[in-house]
Design a protein around this ligand. Sequence first.
Ligand code: FES
Length: 164
Amino acid sequence: MAKTVRLEPIAQQSSVETNGNLLSVLLNKDLEVLKECGGRGMCATCHIYVQSGAESLTPVNRREQRTLEVITSCKTNSRLACQARVIGEGVVVELPPGMYVNSLQDIEALIGRRAEQNLLHPITGAVLVEAGKLITRSMMKQLEDTETNSSFKVSEFFKQSSES
Ligand code: FES
């Protein structure tokens, strides 16, 4: 039987088959989810907060737990939408603000514009550029130099993790 899930702050709801994951709910609503790791529970791009109904979701698994520990905006009600499956009613999901970028090239394309929303790192969820800031070439340089970005080669990160 289908279960209903509510999405905030966009005040929408969607139904999902019992045992379907929250990621399918987000995709149903045409929300842009980067799914950087392909739904394997290893990135930040499907990170959401559960406002209520946490008991109607399958429990956090080990891999999910490990990934959540790396996400800088993680709270006690954080889940990864690709790992959390809906088994009951009453789930309310809050979408974190911001846009995930999967390479410095993504940001480069935005040089000269103001970030409309926070630009986020796809693995750690760290804010790379704050909303309202002008994106400049020197900012790009800084990003390249920061520690966050020494691990910014997302594809290499996944290669390493799947080998380990
Ligand atoms: S899509 Fe990467 S953790 Fe869910």
